[in-house]
Design a protein around this ligand. Structure first.
Ligand code: HEM
Ligand SMILES: *[C@@H]1O[C@H](CO)[C@@H](O)[C@H](O)[C@H]1NC(C)=O
Ligand SMILES: *[C@@H]1O[C@H](CO)[C@@H](O)[C@H](O)[C@H]1NC(C)=O
Ligand SMILES: *[C@@H]1O[C@H](CO)[C@@H](O)[C@H](O)[C@H]1NC(C)=O
Ligand SMILES: *[C@@H]1O[C@H](CO)[C@@H](O)[C@H](O)[C@H]1NC(C)=O
Ligand SMILES: *[C@@H]1O[C@H](CO)[C@@H](O)[C@H](O)[C@H]1NC(C)=O
Ligand SMILES: *[C@@H]1O[C@H](CO)[C@@H](O)[C@H](O)[C@H]1NC(C)=O
Ligand SMILES: CC(=O)N[C@H]1CO[C@H](CO)[C@@H](O)[C@@H]1O
Length: 325
């Protein structure tokens, strides 16, 4: 874009960059095989490691909530910059699957060097992985460019912690242009994947800050089972728990049913029942059809994927996803 910015083209160019936006199959001319290569890699590898589908979806979420969907989440901490990156921030300690993205990026770079952004690869991988495990399909318009900055404290400020109450969730989602319906639908991603005990053990052992207290909004029978069989101590930060036990690899409605039974794992899940609007969305989703959930999830996750994207001549196309060029 920049090289056309002279004389009479200036205005056009200005409008062009303001309106530069994502579009379907952005790489049709520049790297026609790109999206297919991503899809093939995912189809080949996710069946052998299905738990990565959840990891990829969560990584896409964390990426988009900090500086927009610009792959900033993928940047390594380097001694050269001395900056702590998003990866090193507490919410990112439990992200997994960085190597999977790097593997795809290498293949795509071999096909067309310097053309396809890491941000687009992550958005495509999240969608394709969820599809491979039988989940919903959504459109992924492409054309995102990669950011050059990753900042740990921005991750802390923007990514909702598991102990968020309703107000915090509403605010952090609204900051990204997402409404209460999006909050409920995107939280539905917790129908797949795992959590470490440390993400919620305060609800089991130390809810009020007095050891031995339990979160009354968590079903007490479920809490007892979790304490006896899974998270046996408050210091356990290695054991993992299926968030939707029994169907943690199936993208189904059971997350909403669990939340209604007060068996959502996080305070943030339980918080969705404390507001009449989100509670009624959950009631409807839990009783509705899987197709309706999939269609509505697709709408919200597409919205997620458009948050503050860099397009046109903003940002760069990283050569390696873990480092800026
Ligand atoms: C509403 C606020 C949210 C909070 C507070 C939250 C919090 C968390 C936490 C604490 C974990 C477990 C991490 C661990 O201990 O390993 C987790 C896992 C997960 N989250 Fe969320 N999350 C939220 C929203 C979302 C959204 C919007 C998505 C995607 C659309 C998402 C997708 C996932 C997935 C798929 C996992 C499982 C990851 C894995 O298996 O490695 N979450 N979330
Ligand atoms: C590191 O911080 C400096 C100073 O704020 C900034 O200019 C630079 O872009 C940052 N680098 C990364 C990778 O975030
Ligand atoms: C990271 O973000 C925080 C909060 O917005 C800001 O105060 C800090 O200067 C940033 N750090 C760097 C290295 O840019
Ligand atoms: C929600 O949590 C925030 C941050 O911890 C706190 O400031 C606020 O008072 C809480 N709101 C409610 C209604 O509990
Ligand atoms: C319980 O929570 C309080 C307040 O957050 C904290 O100071 C204390 O260390 C916790 N106790 C244990 C055993 O982790
Ligand atoms: C995990 O727990 C162990 C023992 O309580 C502690 O030494 C370690 O620092 C913890 N790790 C993290 C990442 O919190
Ligand atoms: C980024 O960090 C990861 C894990 O610390 C490491 O395996 C990888 O090689 C690093 N990537 C680059 C390009 O430095
Ligand atoms: C995946 C990842 O980069 N995890 C890092 C999170 O931060 C801790 C502590 O800063 C690192 O040790 C991890 O490697």
């Amino acid at each position: 874009m920049a090289k056309f910015c002279y004389f009479g083209f200036l205005i056009l160019c200005f409008l062009g960059s303001v309106h530069a936006q994502l579009k379907m199959n952005f790489y049709a001319q520049t790297c026609p095989k790109a999206e297919k290569l991503v899809e093939e890699y995912v189809k080949e590898h996710i069946p052998n490691a299905p738990s990565l589908a959840a990891a990829m979806l969560r990584m896409h979420f964390h990426d988009c909530f900090v500086r927009g969907c610009d792959a900033s989440v993928l940047l390594n901490f380097t001694s050269a910059t001395k900056n702590q990156t998003e990866k090193t921030a507490a919410p990112n300690l439990t992200l997994r699957g960085f190597g999977f993205i790097d593997g795809i990026k290498r293949i795509v770079e071999k096909e067309c060097p310097g053309i396809v952004s890491c941000a687009d690869i992550l958005a495509l991988v999240a969608r394709d992985s969820v599809l491979v495990i039988g989940g919903p399909y959504w459109n992924v318009p492409t054309g995102r460019r990669d950011g050059r900055i990753s900042n740990a404290s921005e991750a802390l400020n923007n990514i909702p912690p598991p102990f968020s109450n309703f107000t915090v969730l509403q605010t952090l989602f609204a900051n990204q242009g997402l409404d209460l319906k999006d909050l409920v639908l995107l939280s539905g991603a917790h129908t797949i994947g795992i959590s470490h005990c440390s993400s919620f053990s305060n609800r089991l052992y130390n809810f009020t800050g007095v050891f031995g207290t339990q979160d009354p909004s968590l079903d007490s029978e479920y809490a007892t089972v979790l304490k006896a069989r899974k998270c046996k101590s408050i210091n356990d930060n290695t054991t993992i728990v299926e968030m939707d036990p029994g169907s943690f690899r199936t993208f189904d409605l059971s997350y909403y049913k669990l939340v209604l039974k007060r068996r959502g794992l996080f305070e943030s899940d339980a918080a969705l029942l404390t507001n009449p609007t989100t509670k009624s969305f959950i009631d409807k989703l839990a009783q509705g059809s899987l197709q309706d959930f999939y269609a509505e999830f697709a709408t919200s996750v597409e919205k997620l994927g458009r948050i503050q994207v860099k397009t046109g001549s903003d940002g760069e196309i990283r050569k390696q996803c873990a480092v800026v060029n």
